[in-house]
Design a binder for this molecule. Structure first.
Ligand SMILES: [Zn+2]
Ligand SMILES: [Zn+2]
Length: 70
């Protein structure tokens, strides 16, 4: 079977620290699931270095997940 080269795997959302049972289901990075699908091998977002935010603003490069999406 053929697949595209890029594989995706769930990684912990940096914005909510992977809190699956947080009452805040509005996490903009993962939608409250606690994980985000990241292209493997997973790399930290180059803009926020994996923090998921820049100061008080959500990192625009990764949407807050803290992972490089591409
Ligand atoms: Zn999250
Ligand atoms: Zn980022």
């Amino acid at each position: 079977m053929l697949y595209i080269d890029t594989e995706y795997a769930p990684e912990i959302c940096s914005l909510c620290k992977g809190a699956e049972h947080t009452e805040d289901r509005s996490c903009k990075a993962c939608g409250g699931s606690g994980t985000v699908l990241v292209a493997q091998p997973a790399r930290n977002c180059p803009l926020c270095s994996g923090a998921g935010c820049l100061g008080t603003e959500i990192c625009r490069a990764c949407g807050g997940s803290g992972w490089a999406l591409f």
